[in-house]
Design a protein around this ligand. Structure first.
Ligand SMILES: [Ca+2]
Length: 102
């Protein structure tokens, strides 16, 4: 991944599992390694996949898929958002990567 100032980094997981449709594509992800400063996917671990028309997140006040412009394993809402807009601002750029790049 690369951020707006050209800094790049990576995150790697030794375990990455997605359940079937009956379980709303629940994600189990762990075994983080990489050169970003934290594991942003840890926030999403154990959550269900949400889309614009399937609000499966843990935020009762909003649809994270709608406000974050992405289908993702949103919790409340997310720290990593690889399907989201690649943007600087409203957010922080960290919303679109797997961890903070230094
Ligand atoms: Ca919601």
């Amino acid at each position: 991944m690369e951020n707006w100032n050209g800094t790049s980094g990576f995150a790697q997981y030794s375990n990455f599992q997605v359940a079937n449709e009956d379980l709303n594509y629940k994600i189990l992800v762990n075994g983080f390694s990489g050169n970003v400063s934290y594991d942003a996917m840890d926030n999403d671990n154990g959550y269900f996949f949400s889309t614009y028309d399937r609000d499966n997140d843990a935020d009762l006040a909003e649809s994270c898929a709608e406000t974050r412009h992405s289908g993702w394993w949103h919790k409340k809402c997310t720290r990593a958002n690889l399907n989201g807009k690649y943007q600087f601002g409203w957010g922080k750029e960290e919303r679109n990567i797997l961890g903070a790049l230094s």
